[in-house]
Design a protein around this ligand. Sequence first.
Ligand SMILES: [Fe+2]
Length: 208
Amino acid sequence: MALLTQNPYKQRSFDLYGLKGISDQTLEVHFGLYAGYVKNTNLLNEQLVEMSQSGKAGTPSYAELTRRLGFEYNGMVLHEWYFGNMTTDGGADISGSSPLGRALGESFGDPETWKKDFTAIGGMRGVGWAVTYLDPASGRLSNHWITLHEDGNIAGFKPIIVMDVWEHAFLLDYKPADRPKYIESFLANLDLTAAEARLTGSAERPIG
Ligand SMILES: [Fe+2]
């Protein structure tokens, strides 16, 4: 039986040293964690192919590995979206006349209200992600909390702005209770061009 083997995912690099309020040390640790997700995703895929080749597809251990793949894969992709929407030149005000500003205005009233809601969601208890998603069916933007990497992801929605609020994203720079300061820093580094490219579909790689 021929099995579809896949090319391994390649770890991507992000030129982010020198961000405002997020230290290079934090980024270094964070890039290392991201590398672990890429490695584990590739490893799980290899193991699944090997198990299939040895007739173990359909066993409980095979099924369990596919469940773990969801965690590792989301961990890889969410980090690429997060690093991909920050830049050392970031943090400009969102103009109400820009495509992103208009979309936020139509969905939230104005960009400031989006920011308040996004900040509040990112500040909730627990480790996970705050994401502004686009519903491709309605064109509406909405903010969501994702626990860990999986629980709360909306199937089929497109990520526009993605913020990591696991503690490893900020504990070297801020006290646990100072998560709001980290969120301010994230917004101060937000790459509006990247977010807009995701929104308008002009991103070379929409997930990047
Ligand atoms: Fe992270």
